[in-house]
Design a protein. Structure first.
Length: 388
């Protein structure tokens, strides 16, 4: 008998439920509302000067912490956007936000350390924490509280092993934007229990209806216990360029530099040049992108409000809606499977994002409004969520 190569335990996937998307390819008229990749083109004022830089030779390794010009631009952006004086020693350029988050966790988490994660959460967080040797501890959030962070519930989860809390605002999948008051409550707990805040600041430009993105690093007492994980993917529709950055205390940056030396070495040089031009024009580029997604979110939310058995909060942030289908009596996976079968619309079941996501669907508004119109016409006509 031929022997098989043993796979490391960290790569053995846990058993999963039925594949809700199975058979999606059989529908030629499928409308896919699961993809978190903005459909808009990367703006030419980012691409054209970056292409010219490539022609001029910016296709080699950069400094290990990132192109110095980009790190300086990040410092200037933090000053303009948040009034923060960030030193070069506090900035590290990463290969997108996912690598940045993984490296941040590897830098500060020891085996057995617990990391509190608000639930629902971006689905890969628990695996990233476990890869760093940590233990993910879900912090339940709920519809009735607007998916805000409940400080009493948070503090009840803290043990002597708790090392950090992972925050994501605007939130994927719920779209919740944490208020300054809510973050101050969390900061007080972090300071009292000596916790690190690891912040996934990916959708910072996508805020609506009077909501405001407040970086945890700006909250009093949090400057030196916060790691900001940033990405150029969403704010500048640069998903394929794979570039992001960390802002953190210098000793954390040094640890990440050590890790990155044998993981990625440097982020793609041409992508770093594009990021420079993105930041220089950020105040013109990002609002226009966010406005388009705001129109889509408002349209989709209004359509959801007309569908019996579905309900959704008014959009606050991100590029997603997280409607409830709890009134229907269907599970998230049943609802997603029925939408695929009856309406040929692909959505994400909420339980993919943690136990508190059960009873919800995630809808990515990464399609133009005419396509969203078709999708919601089909969903409405299918009448799937009326109980009985």
């Amino acid at each position: 008998m031929q022997e098989t190569m043993r796979i490391a335990q960290r790569c053995i996937l846990p058993p999963s439920g039925p594949n809700f998307a199975e058979g999606a390819s059989q529908y030629p008229d499928l409308i896919n509302l699961t993809i978190g990749d903005p459909d808009l083109a990367t703006p030419s004022q980012i691409l054209e000067p970056a292409f010219e830089d490539a022609r001029q030779g910016h296709t080699k390794y950069t400094a290990t912490k990132g192109d110095p010009a980009l790190r300086e631009e990040i410092c200037r952006y933090y000053q303009r956007a948040y009034g923060l004086d960030i030193a070069l020693e506090e900035v590290f350029v990463t290969t997108a936000g996912c690598i940045g988050m993984t490296e941040a966790l590897l830098a500060v988490i020891d085996p057995g350390d617990e990391v509190i994660v608000p639930d629902p959460y971006f689905m890969i967080y628990p695996d990233q924490i476990r890869m760093a040797g940590g233990v993910p501890v879900p912090l339940p959030t709920c519809w009735e509280e607007g998916f805000a962070l409940n400080p009493q519930r948070l503090e009840s989860l803290i043990t002597p092993k708790t090392r950090a809390i992972l925050l994501n605002t605007p939130n994927n999948p719920t779209g919740a934007v944490y208020t300054k008051e809510n973050l101050e409550q969390v900061a007080e707990i972090c300071i009292r229990h000596d916790l690190v805040a690891i912040c996934d600041d990916i959708y910072t430009g996508f805020v609506y209806g009077g909501s405001q993105f407040v970086p945890m690093i700006t909250i009093e007492g949090m400057r030196h216990r916060t790691i900001c994980v940033n990405s150029f993917s969403k704010n500048f529709v640069m998903t394929g360029m794979r570039v992001g950055n960390l802002v953190a205390p210098p000793h954390v940056i040094e640890a990440v530099d050590y890790l990155n030396g044998f993981l990625m070495y440097t982020a793609p040089s041409i992508s770093q040049r594009a990021a420079i031009y993105a930041l220089r024009d950020a105040e013109q580029i990002t609002p226009a992108i966010a406005a388009e997604f705001g129109r889509r979110l408002e349209y989709a939310a209004e359509r959801i409000g007309r569908i019996p058995g579905m309900s959704v909060h008014k959009p606050q942030g991100s590029i997603y809606l997280f409607p409830s289908i709890r009134e229907s009596g269907l599970s998230s996976r049943q609802a997603a499977a029925l939408l695929l079968e009856k309406a040929h619309v692909l959505t994400m079941p909420g339980d993919e994002f943690g136990a508190c996501g059960e009873g919800y669907l995630r809808i990515a508004c990464t399609q133009a409004i005419p396509v969203l119109e078709q999708a919601f016409d089909r969903i409405e006509q299918a009448g799937l969520f009326q109980k009985g």
